[in-house]
Design a protein around this ligand. Structure first.
Ligand code: 1GP
Length: 256
């Protein structure tokens, strides 16, 4: 029985060797960028040292197939779907974060969308990587769309309860989400508590816009750092300088 596919194994290898994984999130929304621009972003991100490209967004009715096919021509690193809904699937990706929004009020975001998506994933032989998705205050669009009971920022023990439950159920990782473009990233004491108590990797995303913020999150124990907005905004202009600096900073933070 296979419990872990090649993409997950690759990410775990990076985690072991470098102490931290960096993933670049690209929204396949044509209002944000064309497929061509997404390809250029991905290429620069790979050159800067990111370990994988996540494709997704909360409101995506995007040009997902075209975006992924364009990115595939530009990069060797894995392309992982981060679907905001069943419309976020594509047969052209390498893997899919098979995510359940555990703190939603609505069963659709916990298991119904996943049930609708599962046969697609099987038929197109996408590698599922099961991920418990937890949204904390302020949550942004993901929190609103996902009907989340936002986890209070000063209650790390609530996040820990969900995360341990996720680990015991068998999820491969936990993702702590502050919301794309959030003014404040996930609080470090929450990251620290989860990283100390969990055996599965902890991914953190939302509102990390500087190398220092990302490094502090890695130092607090995050295993996977996810950045979207800041990369989409800067990388075509600075040719990957900020991202290179950020990735060096998170790896350095893990060495300490
Ligand atoms: C969003 O956590 C990710 O789901 C990334 O957030 O766009 O703020 O980097 P940012």
């Amino acid at each position: 029985m296979t419990v872990s596919g090649p993409v997950w194994k690759t990410l775990l290898k990076v985690l072991k060797e470098r102490g931290v994984v960096h993933l670049t999130l690209i929204d396949p929304d044509p209002v944000k960028q064309s497929a061509d621009a997404a390809g250029k972003i991905a290429k620069l991100a790979e050159a800067a040292g990111t370990n994988g490209i996540m494709i997704g967004g909360s409101t995506a009715f995007g040009i997902i197939d075209e975006t992924i096919q364009t990115i595939k021509q530009q990069v060797q690193i894995p392309i992982i779907l981060f679907p905001g809904n069943i419309s976020g699937l594509s047969r052209f990706a390498d893997a899919v974060f098979f995510m359940s929004l555990l703190n939603s009020r609505t069963t659709y975001w916990m298991i119904d969308a996943q049930t609708l998506a599962a046969r697609f994933i099987k038929n197109f032989d996408l590698e599922p990587i099961s991920m418990a998705y937890l949204i904390l205050d302020p949550g942004g669009t993901a929190g609103f769309v996902g009907d989340a009971r936002l986890i209070p920022r000063d209650k790390p023990e609530i996040a820990l309860g969900y995360s341990l439950a996720a680990q015991y159920i068998g999820f491969q990782l936990v993702y702590l989400e502050a919301g794309s473009g959030a003014e404040n990233a996930v609080p470090h004491p929450m990251v620290e508590l989860l990283s100390n108590k969990l055996d599965v990797p902890v991914a953190v995303g939302g509102g990390m816009n500087t190398a220092e913020q990302a490094a502090a999150t890695a130092a607090a124990g995050a295993d996977i750092i996810v950045q979207g907005t800041i990369i989409e905004r800067t990388i075509l202009k600075d040719k990957g300088k900020l991202l290179t600096k950020t990735i060096e900073a998170i790896q350095q933070a893990k060495k300490k």
